[in-house]
Structures are given as structure tokens and as C-alpha cells.
Design a protein around this ligand. Structure first.
Ligand code: SAM
Length: 224
């Protein structure tokens, strides 16, 4: 579809190669994907191949099926946060976003002036405190170094209310070098079954065309 941009792994790789070629000096600036600075630079240089420019269709469909608009929702690693803008437009008022890069959050404020500033958190996800009915996953998990996956699952459990749900999209494919870091259903089941009940992972049929067949939709519930 016009205007849609693929999660451009090549772009990530070229950048990594560039950094290696420049490397060697002790004064070299060294960023890695776990740094806020790495992501800040990507936004500053507009190297944002993952950015859809709109709410991801599978998440839009999920939102459209929700009847209780009073639920509290968190979107971590939200970037330009099109999903939050869509939720807000649909009347969900208790929506919070987190990102440790400030540029997308400032841009979001400009394009969504009515969205409460107190619900925009410029922070590391792992430092966030709160309790939510739902947490939405959209290309945040795949951006984290895989060594943080167990911490991600534990933190999600901590941030969800009892019976709360983690919903959204994960890649169901491998990438040569990350980010993005891929995975598969078996790995995700092993990870989330440790901390949650009712882990449902389904092939996603309404992904954007470049990701079709390479994403799964997750519904993961915290125990009562
Ligand atoms: C691949 S981008 C995805 C952005 C957005 N979800 C989207 O789909 O357009 C990953 C985002 O996660 C953010 N991020 C990565 N690690 C983070 C962390 N530990 N805490 C908060 N934000 C983080 C980055 O700054 C970046 O905006």
C-alpha cells in the first residue's frame, strides 16, 4: 500500500557497517540499540524504516473491537505513537505512551495537542511504574536486545493489573542482524508461559503487505 514503509533491516545493517569502518579510536561515539542515544539519532536522521505513518492495521482492528473505553492502556517504545493517536481519536482517554527518545514524543505532542502531556512518559520502559488493563506491543520487543526478553516479560507482568492483557504484534521470522531482532512462536510461548496464563499466539492475517506472513498477533493474560 502506498506510503507504507517496511522495517528496513538493510538500513540498520548499513549503519552498523558504517560505524565499524569509522571505529578504532577511543573517542569514537559508540551507541548500541539498548541506548536511548542510538534511537534518538535514528529519529534525528529520519532513519525510521519501521515507522508506518499510521496505526498498524491489526492493532486498529483490535481497538475497533473494544467496547470499554475506560480501560487504561500503555504503549511502550511508542515512537511516533500512531496507535495512541488512534485510540484517543476513538474516545479512549486513559492511554499512556513511553519512549526514551524525546524526538518522537515532541513530534507526537505537536501533532496531538489534545493528548494529555501527563500521559506522555519520556522514560526507560524498565523504569516505568504504573498499572494498566492493557499493554500494546508494536515493534518494541523486536527493538530490544534479546538479552532483555526475560526482563521484558517480567516488567510486562509487573505493569499489568491482575487479569490485564498484553496484546499486539511480534515478528515471526529471523533477521540476520538486529535490530529488529526476530523470533518464533515456540520461543515466545516458552518465554511468556513462564509468567502469564492464556498465551495465545496466532498468525496475523491483516499485517501491512511487507510484513504479511512474518507477524503473529499475541493475546497474553496475567493471572487473576
Ligand atoms: C523500532 S522503534 C518502534 C516505534 C513504534 N512502536 C513504531 O512502531 O513506530 C522502537 C522504539 O522503542 C524505543 N525504545 C527502545 N528501547 C526502549 C526502552 N528501554 N525504553 C523506552 N523506549 C525504548 C525506541 O526509542 C524506539 O522509539
Amino acid at each position: 500500500m502506498e506510503g507504507e514503509r517496511e522495517f528496513e533491516q538493510e538500513e540498520f545493517e548499513q549503519e552498523q557497517e558504517g560505524r565499524e569502518q569509522e571505529g578504532g579510536g577511543i573517542e569514537q561515539e559508540c551507541f548500541f540499540e539498548g541506548d536511548s542515544e542510538y534511537w534518538e539519532q535514528r529519529y534525528m536522521q529520519h532513519k525510521i524504516g519501521w515507522d508506518l505513518g499510521k496505526c498498524s492495521p491489526p492493532i486498529k482492528d483490535w481497538v475497533d473491537q473494544q467496547t470499554d473505553k475506560s480501560i487504561s492502556i500503555l504503549i511502550p517504545g511508542a515512537g511516533n505513537a500512531y496507535e495512541a493517536a488512534y485510540l484517543y481519536e476513538k474516545g479512549f482517554r486513559n492511554v499512556h505512551i513511553i519512549d526514551f527518545a524525546v524526538k518522537p514524543l515532541n513530534d507526537f505532542k505537536l501533532t496531538n495537542p489534545d493528548f494529555p502531556v501527563s500521559q506522555i512518559h519520556h522514560q526507560d520502559f524498565f523504569d516505568h511504574c504504573g498499572r494498566y488493563d492493557v499493554i500494546i506491543e508494536q515493534t518494541f520487543f523486536c527493538a530490544l536486545p534479546p538479552s532483555l526478553r526475560v526482563n521484558y516479560a517480567k516488567k510486562m507482568k509487573e505493569l499489568l493489573k491482575s487479569n490485564g492483557q498484553l496484546v499486539g504484534l511480534l515478528f515471526n521470522c529471523q533477521f540476520e542482524n538486529g535490530p529488529p531482532f526476530g523470533g518464533d512462536t515456540q520461543e515466545y510461548e516458552r518465554l511468556f508461559n513462564k509468567y502469564f496464563r492464556d498465551v495465545t499466539i496466532q498468525r496475523c492475517e491483516n499485517s501491512i503487505p511487507p510484513r504479511l506472513g512474518n507477524e503473529v498477533f499475541i493475546h497474553i493474560s496475567k493471572p487473576y
